[in-house]
Design a protein around this ligand. Structure first.
Ligand code: FE2
Length: 200
């Protein structure tokens, strides 16, 4: 006897990436650049986190203009894009500066101990190295090459996602998503502030 098929699909395990641009960023860019370069001068050796050839600061203090700007930006992103239960609050658990000159990159890593992570681009362009989010690292994803372009586009059927370093743009993603940053192929330094968020 033949099967009588009753078929439906359910898309599970979404990775919600939130992207926010700031129309006023030009007004604060130089101040933020000075801040990042100032942190570099204070600690030229920096930290050895995921960077290759680049510089990363240690965790920076939970106060000041940059802290408040990131906090306000991330809260706006989360509140507008995710439906939270009542009384959920967010804290910026840590943030740090990245300065990546030509050929600098960041190896694959994820951010343990936080809920969402993000990056704010202070200086960059399309050749400064994209961030690559890859929740399927080490998995065989070749089946994704077999589907039509329309289906790929409609449902984001890709092994990974790339985002350019657009000045003033903030990108948020779940902290468990593995990610790396491609080498900076521009002579312009890629300068960004990365951060982690906890939900309470
Ligand atoms: Fe990271």
């Amino acid at each position: 006897m033949l099967r009588e098929n009753r078929i439906h699909s359910e898309f599970w395990f979404p990775q919600q990436v939130i992207i926010s641009d700031d129309s006023n960023f030009k007004k604060v860019k130089n101040k933020f650049l000075d801040y990042c370069k100032g942190e570099y001068k204070k600690d030229v050796k920096g930290e050895d986190k995921s960077n290759s050839l680049g510089w990363q600061s240690g965790n920076l203090p939970s106060k000041g203009v940059v802290y408040e700007y990131i906090k306000q930006g991330m809260e706006a992103c989360l509140r507008s894009q995710i439906n939270f239960k009542e009384n959920i609050t967010f804290s910026l658990s840590n943030y740090w500066v990245n300065i990546s000159p030509k050929y600098a990159s960041n190896d694959y890593h994820f951010h343990g101990g936080s809920d969402y992570s993000g990056c704010l681009y202070i200086q960059g362009d399309k050749n400064c190295g994209t961030i690559n989010l890859n929740p399927h690292l080490s998995c065989n994803t070749t089946w994704m090459d077999s589907v039509t372009d329309e289906y790929k586009t409609a449902y984001h059927i890709y092994p990974s996602a790339q985002f350019e370093a657009v000045e003033g743009r903030m990108i948020l993603f779940p902290s468990y998503v593995m990610h790396k940053v491609h080498p900076n192929l521009s002579s312009k330094e890629r300068i960004s502030i990365a951060f982690n968020i906890r939900f309470h």
